[in-house]
Design a binder for this molecule. Structure first.
Ligand code: SIN
Length: 297
């Protein structure tokens, strides 16, 4: 039986082809009762897209997906993108395996960020599929940066109007060292371009307008936004850090737990995420595909 999700501002509430269970007040839903390999079910795909736009993060449980399935589902959301810092899979070079072995300490994606925002055309959407998950821990946190923008004062919104961020892949503000240092510690991932990371730099508005919904969202992170264009780091970092902290206030967040065979799809245009590194001693393996390159405006 279809389940009617809680009403969200602007959300259409009825889903007839799937069960949609909201995860928190402002972001995230778990979806069950669908088969993502059913390509012909147009009503289901339309509802999936609606749930993605309403909730920004959808965790679709109970899917047995081969890389080819994930790739095809990804194309429903946009053209696949290359990830510059890990080698792709042989058959699907845009898809990467994200592995933390039981004996490793560092994981991939453990700071709040939106994916590859240092590219000129960052991917609008990420599709992460869980192959192996730890018995406990290894959840991913998400934050709704559209709700965070809405909650800013009018004065701050006016101040940020037209501000451009400088986004870098160098990870110069990452705890424990820059990109090369980070890569040296995530041994089981097939990393690349470790010493070229500073060359991946782009400028984007720190308030972007969503290309599907027309809603404004904050677009920045302490990890990737090194300064505002036309300002020094000394001048801009405190504001970037304040805005990052504002985005991750609990009321804008949800927590997605994983089980093998789960496809979580998120909207990088209006979210941040953070992979929690709390499962030392256990293996976690994911397959990641980013799609829908677009220049933030
Ligand atoms: C990522 O940052 O894309 C990875 C998130 C995760 O592994 O949970």
């Amino acid at each position: 039986m279809p389940v009617v999700p809680k009403r969200l501002p602007g959300a259409v509430t009825e889903y007839t082809t799937m069960k949609v269970s909201p995860l928190a007040g402002s972001i995230g839903a778990v979806i069950t009762g669908v088969d993502l390999k059913d390509r012909a079910n147009k009503a289901m795909w339309a509802e999936l897209r609606r749930a993605y736009l309403d909730y920004h993060v959808i965790a679709v449980r109970g899917q047995a997906l081969a890389p080819a399935d994930q790739y095809e589902i990804g194309r429903f959301f946009g053209e696949p993108c290359f990830y510059p810092f890990a080698k792709g899979m042989e058959e699907f070079p845009e898809m990467t395996r994200m592995v933390k072995e039981a004996g490793e300490r560092d994981n991939f994606g453990s700071d709040w960020h939106t994916d590859t925002s240092y590219l000129k055309e960052p991917p609008g959407t990420t599709l992460l599929y869980s192959v192996e998950t730890p018995p406990k821990g290894g959840d991913t946190l998400y934050a709704n940066t559209r709700a965070a923008y809405d909650a800013l004062s009018d004065g701050m919104k006016t101040m940020l109007n037209g501000v451009v961020g400088v986004f870098s892949g160098g990870l110069k503000h990452k705890k424990g060292g820059d990109r090369a240092a980070h890569h040296a510690r995530i041994g089981h991932m097939t990393v690349q371009n470790s010493n070229e990371a500073d060359k991946y730099e782009a400028r984007h508005p720190v308030v972007r307008t969503h290309s599907d919904t027309g809603r404004k969202a904050l677009y920045l992170s302490s990890l990737h936004t090194i300064r505002f264009d036309g300002m020094t780091e000394h001048e801009s970092r405190p504001i970037i850090e304040m805005l990052n902290d504002h985005c991750i206030e609990p009321e804008f967040t949800c927590r997605v737990s994983w089980e093998p065979g789960q496809l979580t799809v998120w909207d990088n245009r209006c979210t941040l995420h953070n992979a929690i590194n709390d499962y030392h001693g256990y293996r976690r393996e994911m397959r990641r595909l980013t799609v829908g390159p677009e220049q933030p405006r």
